[in-house]
Design a protein around this ligand. Sequence first.
Ligand code: GAL
Length: 698
Amino acid sequence: MAKSLHLDRFQLGVCYYPEQWPETLWADDFRRMRELGFGVIRIAEFAWTIFEPEEGGFSFDLFDRAIALAHEHGLQVILGTPTATPPAWLTHTYPEVLNVTQTGVQYQHGMRRHYTYNAPIYRELSARIVRKLAEHYGQHPAVIGWQIDNELNCETNVFYAAADQAAFQAWGQRKYGSLDALNRAWGTVFWNQTYTDWAQVRLTGPTPSDSPNPHQALDEKRFFSDSAISFARLQSDILRELAPNQWVTTNGLYGHLDNHQLTEETLDFFSYDSYPNFSTILGSLVPDLASDPLRDRRWSWFLSVVRSISPNFCVMEQQSGPGGWTNRLAQPAPKPGQMRLWTYQSIAHGADMVLYFRWRTATMGTEIYWHGINDYHNRPNRRVAEAAQVGRELETLAQRVVGCRTTAHVAIVSDYDNEWDGELDSWHGPYTRQSVQAWFTALQFQHIPVDALYLRAVTTLDDSTQYQVLVYPHPAILTEATAALLTAYVQEGGTIIFGCRTGYKDVTGQCYMRPLPGPVAELCGVTVEDFTRIEPVERAPCLRWRDEDESIMTADGFNDILQVTAPGVDVLAEYAEGYYAGAPALVRNTVGNGSAYYYGAVFNVDSAQALLRHMGLASPVGDWLELPRPVELCIRERAATGERIIFLLNYSDAEQTIMLQKAVTDLLVEEQVQGEMVLPPYGVRMFAETDETPLASR
Ligand code: GAL
């Protein structure tokens, strides 16, 4: 059972830093927060030195006063544990807590997240400050919950300090038991990498051509994840002991961290920080997203991943202005309406608590251009007005929405092993990124809601059978256990879609000595007879559908040339060009009550759309609601009653016309509406189906 946020009442709020402002401002700030409809603030996540100005000397005065005043104003408080920012006295006295880059450079005081989870003294001092805070605030009537640290694995998610090297050796010993087993798992016989003493076992270091042992590199990421989780557990154990009536969460969604395991083992629910305006600079950060047609709508995918961890969750930081650090990340201002749109994007995807980042733009430090709701001048502005609008709207909407689950019948499947292996392995990682992007785009354009499903050791058949269709684009690492689960899913009536490069590696990242696609060859009814990498050297060949009048599409990236091995297999499309012209490229095998598709290439939006058409998949409200492309559809449903709330989000700067073929209640105005309606630029609408809605169309 996924751990989820359970609230009776939707919560809106804001991140606040009392330590950064004159105390004379606090009362006015809290009063105005209440006027905007905010009920909760998050504080203190970077304030270690205020709580512990010198080693072992503690002071709670400043936050005691701030929390008491917030409480007086009717605000609830989420307390951050301050371990993302070690005090200067700490790193000066114990420099061994400082993280080190792969090339051996030690980070220094002056930014944040420059520590390592594995330094014993950092763990000890972190445990002590958390204990002191929990002793002090664990029963405080204003404090409802705790945020552990801030954005574990943000800024950097690799750790190469001496403490990490020692912890990695211990981790390897626990995992493998013997050096022989480790040598086998890492394939060290190749290029004479065999280890003969545990002292030789290290995290990946600088290598010629930046090409470390790939099996070691995969294990290293598992180790980073385990290290972060163990650090979170250190804190959550203390909080559970001393603050049993307050919940525990953490925020962010960063690499080299199994956030599902983190949540299961240490949290009550997961929280996310949503900054969709990064889409305006994504092209410079992630080149393959330079021409992304979805831009800020892509955050709906990240929110779907968050929902796979906690179906209802908190957005601890919701973008409320242009972002920018002094030296990087500079963004344009959100357009009028966008901040509200992004708030509803989070809510549509399952958020039941949303806090804006931040109340007022900082006047000092790295983030003087990371704008909050209020400007430096602290006078009314359009962002304050927009937050007030959301606050007013939620007064009536909140109760209808809270606790409803966002639903989807299609899921894009991922797993951490492939994500981490694919960071180094350019023969599948980039393909997965392209295919996930393509499928998400195609599904968005067709208004078919989609979930993320992470396959993990604890995933059950029931977790999968709630979906009609699973898309698992390029699971290079595929175990027998996963293949058995997916085969059972298909036998029970599910549809699974694989792309090229499926099933050729085991859990260590080594290749199977068997015909591809390995453990799912029988499920797919094919083997890969031959294969070739395509781009960037060669042009992707066109595909020809055998029976259908589909438009031409290209088989991107990598081509598996297929051979049918089972009688029931339909060849749907073949390669139309190249030395393998005429060979099967896309097949469907019927197994039990379901089917398995194998596509020999990397997906693009055209091929994903063609498959959606072929499968006859359509919007779940397509029979009564016509939507143009720029509008996203989300559905939140109350399990107990089957009541559904339909969210429509217009991401474009132009008006969009929608057509309602039946009467529904417009929740913003509590009126029945039907027929043609216009969504303004960046506009949002929420509908409830009326009681008269025939169940058949639900
Ligand atoms: C988040 C972080 C905040 C703030 C914000 C804007 O990642 O948690 O503390 O830095 O980004 O950069």
